[in-house]
Ligand binder design. Sequence first.
Ligand code: PHE
Length: 469
Amino acid sequence: MEKKQRESWGSRFGFIMAAAGSAVGLGNIWRFPYMAGSNGGSAFIIIYLVFALVIGISVMVGEFAIGRRTQLAAVGAYKSINKNWTFAGVLGVLSAFFIMGFYPVVGGWASAYIFKSFTGLLSNPAAIGDVFGAFITSSIEPVVWMLAYLVVNIIIVSKGIAGGIEKAGKILMPTLFALLILIAIRSISLPGAGAGLDFLFKPDFSQVTGQTFLAALGQAFFSLSLGMGCMMTYGSYLNKSENLPNNALIVTLLDTSVALIAGVAIFPALFAFGMEPAQGAGLVFVVVPQIFAEMGSLGVVFSAIFFIALTVAALTSSVSLLEVVVAYLMDQRGWERVKAVYTAGGIMVVTGILSSLSMGTLSGFKLLGVGIFDFFDILTDKIFLAIGGMLLAIFIGWFVKREDLEDELTNGGTVKFGLFNIWYALMKFVIPLAVLVVAVMGIISIEQTGLMIFGLGVIVVLALFSKKL
Ligand code: PHE
């Protein structure tokens, strides 16, 4: 007997928009272009697509299955199947905190740029890069925006699943899609845009190293919201009649297409303006205003709309991160939603402030060789998510009954999942091995050895001590 009815999604479309909303975010529009830009372009993109469409989609099917089967969020889901695996769920909750350590900072930048579009940012195209640098390194302005952004997250998540998260996704996601396509068309039609398309689609494997593979794998997990129990949590609110593999396919395709469209929106324009592809985290904030700068007042409006879309995409993702922590506190600790949201949100306020300040005022402060923002970013993207995905694959392949998985993925035999055997073999053998190889290759060639060892150490400590959580 259930003590209390579990919340659930209101409709199939609502769930897809929420899950796609979680997946599509800063990862696609802010991070994907600059990762591609600093890892050699097309070769990175091809590796990323293979990882997303083979490993990503399989892990997503697995997360949906475990979440819906157990009707519990990450920690509870693992724990209810096998106590020794609690740590894999705890690692997910920790990852959510870490990603929320930097994500709201960029969400704040995006919101600020909505207003900056109107207040003269575009009137001096030559200064757009410097304006961005000055903005993110200052100590008050970006912090205020970050806080405002975080407060919106807190409000949405405190309203719950169908009323908050789902409603936001249904309106915001389609808007974003339309806008990006518009910008992509504008970008391709600029003179000199061809070089950008070459950079994106003409593979040059001479740039590929072990790092490239790890970066592409981390990007695939990050972008699809995998490896940390987020899709598991969303799956736990899902109706028993939904077709899980189909939904995973739709969400993955939506997510990868948005990343590619973002690439097509950015790179042709970037090359047309003669800018550097490897300029890092400022890429969209510098290139997009440039694209619109020579269009007069119409450009101002487009730029504002773009940053509204970016903010929205970020919001539908960060609410899912906050939800991972909140769902844990509700499921495992029996907290009320609102108390859980305020507590988790309160911690995120602190990490967000530190992380924002690490761009300027606190830039001298290093943790294992990197600033606070990078500490959260690199640890999750380069270690926690990939290892989290690997753990899920091992768990599913070796610790969950095959019949239970088949039963869950076919809704008790009522729908077909023709690829079940292939999926199962991928989870059991291929994915654990592939992630291991990529992680080892990447970690060996990475500069931040201390940070990597620290990250792995955290996972080991969790594995030893988190059974009671
Ligand atoms: N997928 C989101 C993005 O691309 C980020 C995210 C990661 C959200 C992990 C939830 C969980 O921006």
